[in-house]
Design a protein around this ligand. Sequence first.
Ligand SMILES: [Zn+2]
Length: 128
Amino acid sequence: MRVLSADEVGLIYRVRMPGSRWQQMDQRVRIVWQPCRYGGQRPWLLCPACVGKVAVLYLGGASAFSFSCRRCAKLKYDSQRSGPRLRLMRKAQKLRRQLGGSGSLRFPLLPSSQSPFFNLTSSLRSVR
Ligand SMILES: [Zn+2]
């Protein structure tokens, strides 16, 4: 990356299609500065395809040889690519970790001696 000015950088990279020669690329990307709430400024990259403000650019998408934002590159988040079953499994794993257990669904959340059901059954046994 080459800083051309406070408002522009040059992305220098090489690309190659199978069976062809390397191509040297030099894509210019504009930068806009946004004031921060507590002072200072924050830089944003402007997507060369849609001119949207983004923090990250990806190679491919609008053109296989140029950088663009996630939306122009038609990239999906991992959670968007998974089916409903995998989403529910990840949700269950997250809840298990939040409760202090392991994320694995193969094992009980708590050891049987710490389970509230264990205390209930042992109390019921003692009443008999
Ligand atoms: Zn874009």
